[in-house]
Design a protein around this ligand. Structure first.
Ligand SMILES: Cc1ncc(C[n+]2csc(CCOP(=O)(O)OP(=O)(O)O)c2C)c(N)n1
Ligand SMILES: [Mg+2]
Length: 819
């Protein structure tokens, strides 16, 4: 059933006023006495201890970084250290109310948040659970060094473990949370609800909504907090993430039992600075980040600005905001005001602010201020505070000692293939949960399933080619594979622009609307960054997602999410996280310069992505099946030129049942002996036509190989073919400069050097904009180009009169002029 949200002109044009409500600023007005009385003294002591711990952790790091020594420990730390001295109250207040099931995502300046959340989780988890985590996490690699000589409680052991893991991670040690592959800006520890921290400013803004989405769709407990800086509110993806989180459909169209609005708090850690730029008064006009909420939804994201220089108002705010999320009324925007006393990094000379200003904030420093309040109001004695402080500081120094010691905390073996081995998880997971997948109908009743049943899946029928209308095509193949996985894996969701009702941008999903509830298939805002980012967050939490970008051309809008997020979290977690995301991108034609680009080369260049481009129904179904059973991010290119094409190469036809195709395997589409033509994308069909002409006109037998994939790619069958033929032409529809085929040509030159009669030649589209549909034959490789290129550069064709210029002089001319 399509949704029916009727738009009535009469209502739309009725006179009205859009009203905003007041946004509270520093609403917490309890007296210090009242504030302290609302917490147990033991909790207040923990808060104090945590703040002191963070301060010590960061101060030690600052000294190590700037002086190479701290309390007798010497070490030269090469990596970054973005410190949060001054921001401790904000971090501890944020973490205080969060349960281990509540997940935080953060920024490059997250050490304080990580520690605060870790300490908070340690206090809440049972000894058994803590031991189980420490013993199982990386098979006890972080536990062994810290349990030696330890005689205290399990909780104190966990504190040692946690601080040690954090320092080790920062110092790129094998004993770090993520074997040092994350490092200072990306450190995280999922068992305590600490999810990836992001060196891309605002990076968590588009990912954390996916984590909240996971919690809703899969009915998991807990909320999600995205801790992002004030300056990150200038980032498009942050706005997209908020818009995505505030979609009406969660509360208006989704099943109420799922819990309503996304359970996410965008927590702006407002320290008034980017690095040196000031969002208020200089680089933005917002004046207060809380104001942003008013632009996002009628609830104004329940936005509020709180004093983050005191942990108590922050705790109060988080408690209230968490309840809003649990009531299904999210998302929430919180502006937690604090100040970064430390520089942006230890090399920062603070040239952008006055000494007087820093001193003002130092005088108001939350740590001595909190101590003063506790002592003055006789909540805790100076002795109790001092000994808690001394204890945590001693632990931190001891853990720093262990972490810098190369014997205790070695680096990963330099000669090992560790990084290479964790770029992909290469697993096969049938389903990420054993719940019964939610479907709206028996598949036999689905109109699309019924329609496909009547189609012909073989290249010919009763001796004749199959008419287009009757052919089982690429569109059907992708649909079948997607529908199959929806019936197996209850966590699987698909979303993107026009995915529901419309049937997916090019009708690939037609029929899915009838089969799936809203939360498994939904329309997103036109927010490519949030679409990919949410899929990343969803996968990091343990679900499978298919995100769709309507045209490959729009990948730029999701550049960070594709290049820095989707591609990197598996390896930055040292293989502990998986990324089961299929990103469908459709390559257009006929729509000109901004709707017709094949960007395989861009993504193929980025380590950490699988990149495939099937163009036949058999390949599309088998490869989508593999992608959807895997655990790696797959950028799944589809060509609008071939959505309607039936199977032409597999005589037995496309199986109705399930099968998989190895995502690294090229496919020989036509056997031959004189010349190899390898293709990627719809150029396969151009190559097949060229092969036919070569045969008809010149009696040559060309072997046509469809790579089907750009990465990973098994070169063996290609090398075998080229060794046999001694000649190879490589063709794709992407612009020729820097194309995947140029990489393949360069590799084949080395792999087959002794067997080649001519250098490998790569043909692509011209290095131009894609012109109008009427002019496309000037742009995309044509059959005649292939023949001309073979004639000029590989094998003179008897009597052939070239019509296009593929000479080497022309190559030089084009390169020189940059086109
Ligand atoms: C996309 C991006 N642009 C620029 C940078 C460089 N950079 C690192 S931190 C920073 C300032 C961030 O300010 P804010 O978001 O307020 O966080 P804060 O550093 O104050 O915690 C900049 C510009 C980056 N890491 N990522
Ligand atoms: Mg800032």
């Amino acid at each position: 059933m399509p949704k029916s949200i009727v738009i009535e002109p009469k209502r739309v044009f009725a006179r009205e006023t859009i009203r905003f409500s007041d946004i509270p600023v520093n609403a917490y007005q309890k007296t210090v006495q009242e504030a302290l009385a609302s917490h147990a003294p033991q909790d207040l002591l923990s808060i104090w201890r945590d703040m002191c711990g963070i301060r010590e952790f960061e101060s030690a790091l600052n000294d190590i970084k700037t002086k190479g020594t701290y309390k007798g420990i010497t070490y030269n730390h090469a990596g970054p250290a973005h410190l949060s001295v001054g921001q401790e109250a904000a971090a501890v207040g944020m973490a205080f109310t969060l349960a281990p099931d509540d997940h935080i995502f953060g920024s490059h300046r997250s050490h304080g948040e990580i520690l605060a959340k870790g300490f908070s989780a340690i206090r809440q988890l049972s000894d058994e659970r803590l031991l189980a985590i420490m013993q199982s996490y990386r098979d006890g690699a972080l536990l062994r060094p810290v349990e030696k000589g330890h005689t205290g409680s399990v909780q104190s052991l966990a504190v040692r473990f946690f601080i040690y893991g954090a320092y080790s991670e920062i110092f790129a040690r094998e004993t770090g949370f993520n074997r040092g592959l994350g490092g200072s800006m990306h450190a995280f520890f999922a068992p305590f609800g600490i999810y990836p921290n992001n060196a891309i400013v605002g990076g968590s803004g588009s990912i954390a909504p996916g984590a909240a989405l996971y919690k809703r769709v899969n009915r998991k407990p807990g909320i999600v907090v995205a801790n992002i800086g004030d300056a990150s509110f200038g980032c498009g993806p942050v706005w997209e993430g908020m818009t995505f989180s505030a979609m009406d459909q969660y509360r208006k169209l989704w099943d109420a039992s799922l819990g309503g609005g996304l359970p996410i708090i965008f927590n702006c850690v407002n320290n008034f600075y980017g690095m040196g730029g000031q969002p208020f008064g200089e680089t933005m006009g917002i004046q207060s980040i809380a104001r942003v909420g008013a632009g996002v939804n009628p609830e104004q994201m329940h936005a509020e600005r709180v004093n983050g220089y005191d942990p108590i108002p922050v705790i109060d705010a988080f408690r209230r905001k968490k309840q809003i999320l649990l009531d299904g009324r999210g998302p929430v925007l919180l502006e937690t005001v604090t100040y970064r006393i430390s520089g942006h990094s230890p090399s920062d000379a603070s040239s952008y602010r006055s000494k007087e200003e820093t001193e003002l904030w130092q005088r108001a420093d939350s740590i001595p201020a909190f101590r003063h309040a506790l002592v003055e109001h006789r909540v805790l004695t100076e002795d109790a505070l001092d000994s808690a402080k001394a204890e945590i500081e001693a632990t931190i120094v001891a853990m720093l000692h262990l972490a810098v010691d190369l014997d205790v905390s070695p680096r990963v073996d330099a000669g090992s293939e560790l990084v290479g081995n964790v770029m992909f998880s290469n697993q096969r997971v049938e389903t990420f949960d054993d719940r019964t997948p939610e479907l709206l109908q028996v598949l036999a009743d689905n109109p699309r399933v019924q329609q496909i049943r009547g189609k012909i899946r073989t290249p010919t029928h009763e001796g004749r080619p199959v008419p287009k209308m009757k052919a089982y095509n690429v569109r059907d193949a992708i649909f079948e594979a997607v529908l199959h996985r929806f019936t197996i894996d209850p966590t699987m969701i698909a979303f993107g622009e026009e995915n529901r009702d419309w049937g997916g941008a090019f009708a690939v999903y037609r029929g899915l609307t009838e089969a799936l509830p809203y939360h498994r298939l939904f329309n997103s805002p036109i927010s490519e960054a949030a679409i990919v980012g949410a899929a990343v967050g969803y996968a990091l939490e343990g679900g499978r997602a298919i995100a769709e970008l309507m045209y490959a051309d729009f990948m730029g809008r999701a550049g960070d999410e594709i290049f820095n997020q989707l591609a990197k979290w598996q390896s930055m977690s040292a293989g502990q996280l998986r990324m089961p995301v299929v990103l469908r991108v459709s390559v257009g034609s006929k729509y000109g310069a901004q709707h017709s680009q094949d960007f395989t080369a861009l993504v193929h260049h980025i380590p950490g992505l699988k990149v495939v481009f099937p163009v036949t129904p058999y390949d599309a179904k088998g490869m989508m099946n593999s992608a959807l059973a895997g655990t790696d991010p797959v950028v799944f290119f589809e060509s609008q030129k071939v959505y309607d094409v039936g199977e032409l190469f597999v005589d037995e036809g496309v199986p109705e049942g399930y099968y998989e195709i190895d995502l690294s395997e090229p496919s020989i589409k036509r056997a031959g002996t004189d010349l190899t033509i390898a293709t990627l994308g719809p150029a396969l069909y151009t190559a097949v036509s060229a092969a036919e002409e070569l045969h008809k006109r010149f009696g040559l037998s060309a072997e046509v190989i469809d790579l089907r994939t750009a990465n990973p790619l098994n070169y063996e069958p290609i090398v075998q073919s080229v060794r046999k033929t001694g000649k190879v032409l490589l063709v794709c529809d992407a612009v020729e400069r820097g194309s995947v085929m140029q990489t393949v040509a360069a590799n084949l030159t080395q792999l087959c050097f002794d067997d080649l009669d001519a250098p490998p030649v790569a043909i692509g589209s011209r290095n131009w904009i894609t012109p109008a549909a009427e002019l496309e034959t000037l742009f995309f490789p044509q059959v005649v180009w292939l023949l001309d290129a073979i004639h000029e550069r590989i094998l003179p064709l008897d009597g052939h009169q070239p019509r296009t210029n593929h000479t080497l002089e022309e190559l030089i001319r084009r390169e020189k002029s940059g086109v």
